[in-house]
Ligand binder design. Structure first.
Ligand code: GTP
Length: 214
């Protein structure tokens, strides 16, 4: 089967972006007919032969949010493929998604992870997806104060568009990016961030960065 990718669907923000490419498509059919293979072919542009593994039944949708450039796409690639996406920064267009199966307490769980564009101009598109998410990872860049200051605005949007019981995790990214900073300034900034109410226990909090220290 010949599948045409929509170039504007993934990466490379440009004037050709149209909201109509963001419609949802659901693959249905008997187990083994080739739904997953079709999706992989669409995503990677090639047929991946190999052992058939039935798609897991339990699934959750997780959404990555935060200002443009805080590292959402890099975080996702790292989580899914274990690789750090270095080099030129290509802003996400609208929304993109990837799947990952994880095992929790012996149960295989499929995570569908939505990577959203941080740029303001895509907000009206991404808002439509908030309600489907069971968990939100809200990222900021620990080397960029405004990305942290904007967390309040992100929370306002979350409260407006997401489910009431959605799980929110605040995640300070690029810890290693602070290497060039003076040590005192660096820790002052980290402590400043830790005094945010998130730390009071209302929400889980995590720090994350890569690549690993040399
Ligand atoms: N030093 C350092 N750089 C990082 C890290 N994560 C991402 N970057 C860099 O930050 C830039 C932006 O990363 P992206 O993952 O594309 O940012 P994004 O949040 O997805 O941006 P949008 O798609 O516009 O919302 C890239 O140049 C990355 O290489 C990190 O943990 N440490």
């Amino acid at each position: 089967m010949d599948l045409q990718r929509l170039d504007s669907y993934q990466g490379g923000a440009g004037p050709d972006f149209h909201e109509h490419v963001l419609h949802k498509t659901i693959l249905v059919g008997d187990s083994g007919v080739g739904k997953t293979s079709l999706l992989v072919q669409f995503d990677q542009g090639k047929f991946v032969p190999g052992s058939f593994s039935a798609t897991v039944g339990i699934g959750f949708t997780v959404m990555l949010l935060g200002d443009s450039g805080v590292g959402k796409t890099c975080f996702l690639i790292r989580f899914r493929d274990g690789a750090f996406l270095s080099g030129t920064f290509i802003a996400t267009v609208g929304i993109d998604f990837r799947n990952k199966v994880v095992t929790v307490d012996g149960v295989r769980v499929k995570l569908q992870i939505w990577d959203t564009a941080g740029q303001e101009r895509f907000r009206s598109v991404t808002h439509a997806y908030y309600r489907d998410a069971q968990a939100l990872l809200l990222l900021y860049d620990i080397t960029n104060k405004s990305s942290f200051d904007n967390i309040r605005a992100w929370l306002t949007e979350i409260h407006e568009y997401a489910q009431r019981d959605v799980v929110i995790m605040l995640l300070g990214n690029k810890i290693l990016g602070t290497r060039y900073m003076d040590e005192d300034l660096r820790w002052e900034r980290v402590n400043l961030n830790y005094r945010h109410p998130f730390e009071a226990g209302h929400h889980p909090f995590a720090k994350r960065s890569y690549p690993p220290s040399p």
